[in-house]
Design a protein around this ligand. Sequence first.
Ligand code: NAD
Length: 262
Amino acid sequence: MKPLKDQVAVVTGSTSGIGHAMAEALAAQGCKVMLNGLGDPAAIEATRAGTAAKYGVDVGYHGADMTKPDEIADLIAETLKAWGRIDILINNAGIQFVSPIEDFPIAKWDQIIAINLSSAFHGMRAAIPTMKAQGRGRIINLASAHALVASPFKAAYVAAKHGVAGLTKTAALELATFGITCNAICPGYVKTPLVDGQIADQAKARNMTPEQVMKDVILAAQPTKKFVEYDQLAGLMLYLVSDAGASVNGAILPIDGGWTAQ
Ligand code: NAD
């Protein structure tokens, strides 16, 4: 029997990148998965149906906009309506914007705080009563090495991710006696569409070529000089959601090739 058979997961921002990889890894273990995120409806439906067929599990999709608390609550409510429980919540949706603080557009600041920080609060707020009633739950927040250290020109992202670390620790303390854990996974650079966008933005902000940014900015921070891979992140996530992970709680876990050891 697959280890996560009969469990239900919600993964925000799972139409792309890390969230999509997490959703696939959960489905491969037999978990029912509710996808979420932006994108072309036909492409999203192809992803949903493809994952369901590949792993033989129920896969749903909810289009909640992570800037809208009501829609996030509806994502959790619709998942419960469909499958009757929520075992795993992965708050993963995130965006980036790169600019000096004095030029940082106010609307971008608000959007990043909403998607990268507040959406995790709203998702947890909606899912925790069900997890408490079940007597078990696993909450994983996709933070970043930028939850532990800063980089210039990423004020909103770094502030949001440090906020996620604080939210994670607070939830861990509140939920510890209910069989629920809350942890943050803090990747270094993973080559996703989000990072591809950053390479272009950083090149502009720093007046460098994209190749220089890859070599001298992005992989310069990562001692291994290698991007973090999807299956490495999925491996940590699967450990955290397993019974073996029950005592890992409130941990802010770097998976960054040694970046934050410096
Ligand atoms: P990505 O751009 O590939 O995927 C982001 C996902 O979030 C997409 O599914 C997108 O549709 C969704 N999303 C964005 N805005 C949304 C909104 N308003 N409502 C609903 N969904 C929305 O990015 P990624 O690199 O896979 O990043 C995923 C998470 O991992 C983010 O929280 C990011 O900060 C974090 N992270 C990424 C890296 C990296 O190097 N890629 C490193 C550390 C942390």
